[in-house]
Ligand binder design. Sequence first.
Ligand SMILES: *Cc1c(COP(=O)(O)O)cnc(C)c1O
Length: 393
Amino acid sequence: MEKYIYMDNAATTRVKKEVLEEMLPYFSENYGNPSSVYTLGSKSKNAVEIARERVAKAINAKPSEIFFTAGGSEADNWAIKGVAFANRNKGNHIITSKIEHHAVLHTCEYLEKQGFRVTYLDVDEYGIVDLEQLKESITDETILITIMFANNEIGTIQPIKEIGEIAKSHGIYFHTDAVQAVGHINIDVDDLNIDLLSMAAHKFYGPKGVGALYVRKGVKLDSLIAGGGQERSRRAGTENVPGIVGMGKAIELAYEHLEESNKKLIELRDRLINKVFENIDHVRLNGHPTQRLPGNVNLCFEFIEGESMLLSLDMEGIAASSGSACTSGSLEPSHVLLAIGLPHEIAHGSLRLSLGDFNTEEEVDYVVEKLTEIVSRLRAMSPLYEKVKKEEK
Ligand SMILES: *Cc1c(COP(=O)(O)O)cnc(C)c1O
């Protein structure tokens, strides 16, 4: 393929060169087990602790409040199950939203089977949670509020500070799945009253399979993985040293260049959105017009299936994502698009283009050009579109 354009940075990102370079020595030179007492072990241990400091600094936490995990899903599972099981004597009620990542939603569903009660908050047409409904949902039994920082599909950023204040004023723990936000938005866990926060390195140009959970000092949390004394006896298992080193470097790089990176991403994002609207009719932008991730574009093209758009884009060397998860042959529209009130037939025509640091203006223009061709080709096969166009004349 002569040209490959990657616009699926919300799914995962390319590891940056500087990140890979810092990781490499920890595979076959400094390969010691961090728990070993000899020099080779302590080299690994030191590297892990430097990474912990870098991660802590990025969100204004203390290094002792950062626990490395095998990614975002594990961090979400740990935060929610860990709080639920450790605080069962205080209550059995959890509040979340309808647009969470499946790592949160499926964990909550699991807890419902274990006897917990879960409230799934509605969101408005932009994907913002209903704060009044949040306040009304709180009872004496509520032990946890878990609301994502920014949505992975439509990019909407939640009013995290307000949610943190509500949680704090009721003495309820607040967890946020910040997997899409860390490395892309400034985060201060103290200012935002966050008690637990999940992140994953591969969403900010670090390696896959490594993440972290921030746990505020004093939060009562059960462990999920029993074994050795790693991570201060709270998460057993020999540390993924190269991964952790990469995560530390990636988070430091991300915040060093946050402003310039976001400025460029917002320019590219808005260029993409504007050009799509200039060239294609019957299209809508999903998510919030301003409270959205710098790199996120989520569009619905009426009269088309998202999956057919993806396949056509792939043939042109463009990687993107659709809102419908094609599992076992059945097309289920995204729970997020349904929660913002889109009817099934429109939710099926969704396309997510998530921009990253490696994308260029030329790529954006090329993608819009191809997208315009693809949409008009697919619509030419739609009798409904033909009918609507005739009626409009
Ligand atoms: C990617 C993602 C996850 C899962 O992270 P993994 O590292 O893939 O386990 C969880 N939540 C959100 C919002 C995500 O975008």
